[in-house]
Design a protein around this ligand. Structure first.
Ligand SMILES: [Zn+2]
Length: 298
């Protein structure tokens, strides 16, 4: 099987060569992780495409590369970034065209797929666990809440903004929407809710029996279960993986209990939940796998 390059571009750019369903070598991170952990925030779309293109050309040296996949946060359709909440400056940017141009000028003729970063992670999970024939969903729990689905399907799939509460006071979501999942389980939203406590202190206090905190921790799990239950009612049962900084707070027993309360129809039973610690390697592998599939290479 030929080689593909996978890229994850979130706060920085991480690049890896992928052979089959595994990394072939080290992941490169740019700019240097010590330099600026949030480098992409101050860059224009063309500057980001140039940075990614140069690193891809560097990684591609002396290799036969046919496809390049780039996982990027936001709503991405047909190579265009329609919305990217944390990188507002590139809304509307024709990412695939710009990156293809950089690669062509460097002498690399490869097909380019830009996809949502959470969809890339979902594909990475499917590929590395031999689940390429199954439905895989992931929740990435960070400041924002990413929802990824494999196989990648037409649509928007902003699962992190599913409405899980009718309470008009639930308005901590980064997008400004009312009652959203991210407004309850997102890291930034938790800091806005508990102005005097960090999220890890909230979960620790809940374990010590603090009533306000343990009430919230139950609500946190109910929200995640509710969004998953909605997905199950639309898309069927299956495996859900949770990752990102917030995955450390997940109590799988509690999620299972709430899902059991929320999903009652017998054909929809049997979903499984699991937490995963890594994600960058999975995103790179998944971006590459989806790029190959999009190009009809497998
Ligand atoms: Zn929202």
């Amino acid at each position: 099987m030929g080689q593909t390059i996978g890229v994850l571009a979130t706060r920085q750019v991480a690049v890896g060569v992928v052979e089959g369903d595994a990394l072939a070598g080290e992941i490169g991170v740019f700019p240097d992780p010590g330099a600026n952990p949030d480098a992409l925030r101050s860059m224009t779309g063309d500057a980001i495409a140039e940075l990614i293109g140069q690193q891809v050309l560097e990684a591609a040296r002396a290799r036969q590369i046919d496809n390049v996949g780039v996982g990027f946060p936001g709503v991405i359709r047909n190579g265009i970034v329609e919305e990217s909440p944390n990188l507002q400056q590139i809304k509307g940017f024709a990412f695939a065209t710009s990156l293809s141009g950089v690669l062509a000028r460097g002498g690399l003729k490869a097909s380019v797929l830009i996809l949502n970063d959470a969809d890339a992670i979902a594909a990475g999970v499917a590929a590395t666990r031999g689940h390429l024939e199954k439905l895989i969903r992931i929740w990435y729990l960070g400041d924002g809440v990413g929802f990824g689905r494999y196989p990648q399907t037409e649509g928007v799939w902003e699962g992190g903004h599913m409405v899980v509460s009718l309470d008009a006071k639930e308005n901590f979501c980064g997008c400004g929407g009312c009652g959203h999942l991210e407004g309850i389980v997102g890291h930034r939203a938790m800091r806005l809710r508990f102005l005097d406590m960090e999220p890890e202190e909230v979960f620790a206090a809940a374990r010590e029996g603090d009533v306000r905190c343990s009430t919230f921790v139950k609500r946190w799990h109910r929200a995640l279960a509710a969004a998953s239950a909605s997905s199950i009612h639309l898309d069927g049962p299956g495996k859900f993986f949770m990752m990102g900084p917030g995955a450390q707070y997940v109590d799988l027993g509690l999620i299972g209990q709430y899902i059991h309360e929320m999903v009652k129809m017998s054909p929809l039973q049997g979903s499984l939940f699991e937490t995963i610690t890594s994600s960058t390697d999975l995103a790179i592998i998944g971006a590459a796998v989806n790029a190959r599939r999009a190009a009809g290479a497998e």
